[in-house]
Structure formats: C-alpha cells, structure tokens
Design a binder for this molecule. Sequence first.
Ligand code: KG4
Ligand code: ZN
Length: 333
Amino acid sequence: MSFFCLGIETSCDETAASVVRDGVNVLSSVVSSQLVHSLYGGVVPELAARAHVRLILPVVNEALDKAGLDVSRIDLVAATYAPGLLGALLVGLPFAKGLSYGLGIPFVGVNHLEGHIFAIRLEYPDLKPPFLGVILSGGHTELLIVSNWCEYEELGSTVDDACGEAFDKVAKLLGLPYPGGREIEKLAGGGRAVIDFPVPDPGGLDFSFSGLKTAVLYYLRDHPEVVRADVAASFQVAAVRAVVRRVEQAVKQTGLSVVGVAGGVAANGYLREQIGLLAQRMGFRLLVPRVGYCTDNAAMIAAAGFERYQRFGADDFNLSALARTPICPPGDL
Ligand code: KG4
Ligand code: ZN
C-alpha cells in the first residue's frame, strides 16, 4: 500500500507544496517563487507572508492535481516549522495543522535544513548513512556527519554570512537583481577570475564569508573601471574554493567516503564542477541533487517528514514556528 505525504514549505520567499509517495517518489513538486522581492533587492518579510497567504491554497491544490490525488488520499502532512522568517512559517505551518485536523491525519513539523539533507535522498533513494552532508543555502552553511537518517553531528558552520548570502550581497554590490546567486553565475560565465580575493579562515571546519564580501566592496570602490564579469568570476572562484577546502578537510578528518551537497548554492555549476574534481582526486562518492531539489522546494520537506513520522511518530499541534534552531534541536534524538 502506498503512503502519500503532502509537504508544505513557506520558510522564506518560495511557496511550495509536493506529494511524495513512500518517502522517495515525487509525484508532484510545485514551487511558486515570489517575484515581488526583486523590486527591493532582498526578501521583505511582510510581503513574503502576504504572498504565502495568497498562494498557499492554489499551490497545494496544484500539487494534489499534478499528483492526480484527491486530498482525502493523503496519509500525512508535513510542513517546515523552522528556521526561517516567522511570518512566512506562520502561514504554512498552521495551514498544515488545520489540514491534519480537518482530515484526521497525522502532522509532522520539519526543520528546513533537514529538508535540504533529504533532497539528496530524493535524488539517490538507495543512499544509506553515514555520509558527509554539506548544506549551502541563503541563510545557512553547514558541514555535518549524517550518522543516520535524522541524526546529525555538526562539524562546522559559518561564523558570519552564509554562503548564499555572500552571493546575494556581492550581486547587490554588482548591481544585479535578487536573488543574486544565479545572476553571479551567469555574469561570471563571461568573465575571467583574475582578481585574487582572500577567503578568511576562521579555523577548524567553520566558514567565514563576510570578509570576502567586504574585499569585493573595497575592490569595486578602488577600481571603478573594473570589468564586472571579472569581479563576479573572481568572487565565485574564491567562494567555491572556501567550500572545497572545507570539504577536503572534513573528508580527511572523518574518513567518510560519501559526500552529499545540497541547498541553493549547490545549484551553481562551477561549484558542482570543482567538488566533482575534488571527489575524483580524493576518491569519494559525490551526490548532488538536480537543481530543482537544491533550491527550496516542498518535496524535500515531504521526504523528511515521512522519515520523521516513521521514526518518531506524529508531532503535537503545540509545535511552534521558530526563526532559528539547529538542524537537530537538543533532546530531539
Ligand atoms: O536553499 P535556498 O533555495 O533557500 C534557502 O534556504 O536560503 O538557497 C537560496 C540561496 C540564495 O542565496 C541564492 O542566491 C543561492 O542559493 N543560489 C545560488 C545559485 N542558485 C541559487 N548561488 C550560486 N549559484 C547559483 N546558481
Ligand atoms: Zn533552503
């Protein structure tokens, strides 16, 4: 008998819903990106919340339609409860609870970062932990040992800006629209990485990206005639070098032979290529999901929700939305 999980994601500026069968088969994945934020050069929380309110029902209905299922066939509803913009989370989470209550089916809250890890499983359903997990998103940069599904050991994270945040901020400095990661990649494609931007090293397996952004800021101030594409290409090389360096160290330190990379920045072609070269050199198996599973989506939330339900059962309706929380809150295991 098939088990259908409806996933709902509203932690930032994507309203997304998906139906996943048995934790790994994506029957539909609908992502509505809110374009309004590009007018302001970044996500405006209040506008994000309002757009989620407008979009949530049509997006959920579209996900059900594309899956060819009536809502009565859904066995479990999973929604992101943290981390993210509170006003945005407070659309998808109560919607999911209401649906669960109305249909008399269980509800599970999912940590968005855990969702990104499960995007790797969606692409590689046979994957078994342990593996090294690398999450590179707009708000987080995490290096973890995934010791078992839903069990993590954090090795390092960013001490300041997230990797995607650095792409977004540098894009803004270059006059590119939000979100900036893809724009930087496009511009970098026509440039040469001739500027040697320094990448700060906070030590251990932690990351630091704010110094890199500041280096770009000063470079642009001091070289107004510079070719913007060269700045984009040089920044991209420096940011990717910072990630590759940490992955190399983490593989050496842990001896793990499988590395999964996820989150919006994992959509970057240059990053995928460079980690690919590292994988060849070091001999580890590299798993990077397709672009649509790297960037925010609800299929990953449904996949994570399914696994959490198998392991821990349903969540209580008291589960609150949280702006910040680690991938596995203390006491969760
Ligand atoms: O995981 P995600 O979709 O949302 C968050 O959880 O934050 O990641 C969004 C981030 C943004 O910072 C965006 O600029 C970046 O991922 N991003 C990229 C690319 N596509 C999205 N960064 C570099 N290259 C890309 N192609
Ligand atoms: Zn994300």
